[in-house]
Write a protein that binds this ligand. Sequence first.
Ligand code: ATP
Ligand code: MG
Length: 554
Amino acid sequence: MAKTKSKNFIRSIIDNDLRTQKNGDRVVTRFPPEPNGFLHIGHAKSICLNFGIADDYNGPCHLRFDDTNPANEDTMYVDSIKEDVKWLGFDWQDKLFYSSDYFDKLYNYAIELIKMGKAYICELDVEQMREYRGTLTEAGKNSPFRDRSIEENLELFTKMANGDFEEGKYVLRAKIDMASPNLNMRDPAVYRVKNAPHHRTGDKFKIYPMYDYAHCMSDSIEGITHSLCTLEFENHRPLYDWFIDELDIECHPQQIEFARLNINYTVLSKRKLLELVETKAVNSWDDPRLPTIAGLRRRGYTPGSIKEFCSRIGIAKVDSTVDIALLEYCIREDLNKNAKRAMAILNPLKVVIENYPEDKVEYLKAKVNPEDPNTSYRELPFTREIFIDHDDFMENPPEKYFRLQPGGEVKLKNSYFIKCQEVIKDQDGNIIELRCTYDQEAFCGKAADGRKVKGTAHWVSAKYAQDVEVRLYDRLFKSENPQSFDNYLDDLNPNSLTVLHNCKIENNLGNLNSGDGFQFERTGYFCVDKDSTSEALVFNRTVSLKDSFKIKKK
Ligand code: ATP
Ligand code: MG
């Protein structure tokens, strides 16, 4: 039985298979990406499911690259996929495989099919193939090449494999049933000629197996017991079963389908993500606006938050769309608990504290993480000139505005109360500086005379703060369902990236590495971007502080 309590219908099937000893005590799963793009959060769902099940049932989970289409595949994608799976915290140990490892075996199985009279070489062109195929309401017609002799089929297949034919002229097809109500069973292609070098086998092969054939056979060759895939493959299951039954090989994995993950305001399809990268709608596969694992990582998401998200959405049999706010909720929960705090000012407004001595510096204590009962403390230098955020001041505020205003008072976080005495403007009337006074007797939220001040502002010392660039991200698409557009690219949000220069951050955060995450107090969660240099730090906003998502407590 599974160790975990989180049951889903797939785990119930596995429990039952163990009870009936269908595969003995074996539970073997696999995650089978095609290396034609970077992984996205939808793949994370499949990774958590497959590796999670393997872990719970003490079985292996294979990482297998389904690399049967050399035209779109690349070693760069193989490397990125391995990195992402590892980063999520999963381990395939020595179970790393490639469908291309089985090309010789798959070729031999195809010969067996031909010898059994279960496959033939067809010469219909694409157009004719479509015509003969029929429709959902109309049966297809047999190809005129369907009854070739086994000898002739073998000879033509060998020639295909030798590279004697150009692409498209000859195809090996399974001989199943042109009248089947399931279009996938109407003599599907098994092998086609492809003149493209393969990223692993180079020029060795001139023909490549079709996905539907290679996928199930690879599962079977590897001894997979439960082959978990998304619902769009439900109609392919009879074909999957047909190949394995006809070829009479020992292991017959059971394909089980589950609903794919869709998230609003984004697209989850490698083809579309590739288009976004290639058309430069985003900067790279790891652009923090993308729902790729690499993008989420760069944005500041943690493996734990992604796994928590996958656990909360669960595994179902019906497609649905998940609110992206749930993903944001999961990272907020994680970072609120675990991120170090820092003071940073995104939109700086200079404040001169007139009654504070010019050369004085006080080092004020602040908790590194108030959520941690064993938190350490950091020191914030306090000086006569500080920066607060423009958003914390209003010259003509509405009623019940508790932040700074002319004549008004606020508490500086971890510091004194200040009162605004004068507003300084430039020639155009823009506010460029505030003149304030501080109360030495009112510190860390408490005034000696007991007076209550409601508003709080965060601040950094003008003298000691460091200039940084901050990148703010908004949704990549304007509407909830970009796929509803004729061209989803028309729905791109032109304001998905805002770059702020000369933001100010406290400068005592120690040695920073790319990916280090912080809560900028009162502002949001941010992380160090890989574009940072020792001279110039760049931060990405992971997510804002406020939660827009109403969550039912687990
Ligand atoms: P895409 O549709 O993004 O191009 P894909 O299905 O072509 O993805 P594969 O490399 O074939 O990508 O996917 C590897 C595995 O990940 C498959 O088992 C697939 O079912 C699963 N997977 C892909 N997208 C999702 C998703 N959105 N939700 C859950 N699982 C997914
Ligand atoms: Mg696919």
